[in-house]
Design a binder for this molecule. Structure first.
Ligand SMILES: CC(C)(COP(=O)(O)OP(=O)(O)OC[C@H]1O[C@@H](n2cnc3c(N)ncnc32)[C@H](O)[C@@H]1OP(=O)(O)O)[C@@H](O)C(=O)NCCC(=O)NCCS
Length: 181
């Protein structure tokens, strides 16, 4: 399904995008947002392990996962969001748990509402599949935490997210899905 959002075209939950395009976008947005935090060797190991085309091919081919991609007028991918079954180390993870797995917009397109539109679409899809939704966020990423808190997410646990051999302190946040009775 595609929709227009301002100057952008949003395509998902099964977008017509290649794994190579997503791999490039995934790596570029991670580097732009957090690359400065890591040693080159850790960053390289992480991008190879977590943002390679084979990783994105698996996500695109597996119906348990959903991907939304935003593209500008030239058709250039400028943001994306991945959602699916929860794979976070949540203590006593209940069944039917979902996760907001990856969420990035290129810096030059941030702060204009595009992220919230992707989040709205993803949370609607996640509500359909799961009873509770989790995400993890870097402990110093206060802006993103503010956005998630506005969507009803609460911090429930801390853990370390590995970027190569570098351990990053992260919060796991949870959003309870109110099932319509
Ligand atoms: C988080 C992100 C996807 C939100 O998309 P967006 O299009 O910028 O967001 P919107 O314009 O729809 O909403 C704005 C809200 O997003 C949050 N936000 C804005 N810029 C942000 C940034 N650079 N990093 C994190 N969150 C940001 C703020 O809470 C902001 O609300 P406010 O300005 O009223 O405080 C985007 O900012 C981004 O890619 N940030 C860098 C990577 C990141 O932090 N990803 C999330 C990892 S858990």
């Amino acid at each position: 399904m595609t929709e227009l959002y301002g100057d952008f075209r949003i395509d998902g939950p099964t977008p017509a995008v290649s794994a190579d395009t997503l791999s490039g976008l995934g790596a570029e947005t991670f580097i732009q947002s957090f690359g400065h935090l890591y040693a080159a060797s850790d960053l390289e190991k992480f991008l190879h392990e977590k943002h390679g085309p084979e990783t994105y091919k698996r996500l695109l081919d597996d119906p348990a996962f959903a991907v939304w991609v935003a593209a500008d007028n030239d058709g250039t991918a400028v943001g994306y969001l991945v959602a699916g079954p929860c794979d976070l180390p949540v203590e006593a993870l209940p069944p039917r748990s979902g996760e907001l797995i990856r969420f990035y917009i290129m810096p030059e397109h941030q702060g204009g509402g595009l992220g919230r539109r992707l989040l709205d679409l993803a949370l609607f899809w996640l509500h359909e599949q799961f009873d509770q939704v989790y995400l993890s966020v870097y402990s110093e990423n206060l802006k993103a935490q503010r956005l998630y808190e506005r969507y009803g997410f609460e911090k429930i646990q801390k853990y370390f997210f590995m970027v190569g051999n570098h351990a990053d302190p992260e919060f796991i946040m949870k959003r309870m899905v109110q099932k319509q009775s």
